[in-house]
Design a protein. Structure first.
Length: 128
C-alpha cells in the first residue's frame, strides 16, 4: 500500500482551504469539489509543493459519516488514506491484524485500527 492523503473533516471546504491551508501552510492547489451522494459528503483534495495531500470532507447532511467529528470537535482529523494495488488482500490482512471493518463500498474500505485511528483503503485498480 502507498500513502495517499490525510482526510480532514471540515464545515466548509472552500473556507478551510482559503482561510487556513493556503495562507498559513502554503497549499497552492485545490481540486474541484465533488459530491459523493453515497457517503453524504462533498470532497476536494488540497496539495502543496511537497506533494502533501489533504482530502477535505464536508458533510451534506446529518447522515454523513463526518457529522460526529464536526459536532464534537468542529472538524479535524478523520482518516489516513492509502492506495492499494491488492485491495482485497490488503483489507483482509488488516482485519486479521485486529482492524475492524467500518464499511467497504465500491472499492473504498474504511477500517478502525486497534488503537482507534481510521484508515481509508482505496482500490488503486479502480481509482488510480
Amino acid at each position: 500500500m502507498e500513502f495517499h492523503h490525510i482526510g480532514i473533516a471540515v464545515s466548509n471546504i472552500e473556507k478551510y482551504y482559503y482561510e487556513i491551508l493556503k495562507p498559513l501552510f502554503g497549499f497552492n492547489n485545490l481540486s474541484n469539489i465533488i459530491t459523493n451522494q453515497s457517503q453524504n459528503v462533498k470532497v476536494a483534495f488540497a496539495e502543496n509543493d511537497n506533494s502533501v495531500r489533504f482530502e477535505l470532507i464536508e458533510a451534506i447532511d446529518d447522515k454523513s459519516p463526518v457529522i460526529k467529528i464536526l459536532k464534537r470537535n468542529n472538524g479535524g482529523l478523520y482518516h489516513l488514506g492509502f492506495i492499494s494495488n491488492d485491495f482485497e488482500d490488503d483489507v483482509s490482512k488488516l482485519r486479521k491484524n485486529g482492524f475492524f471493518l467500518i464499511s467497504n463500498k465500491k472499492g473504498v474500505a474504511f477500517l478502525t485500527s486497534p488503537s482507534f485511528e481510521t484508515y481509508e483503503i482505496i482500490n488503486g485498480s479502480i481509482y488510480w
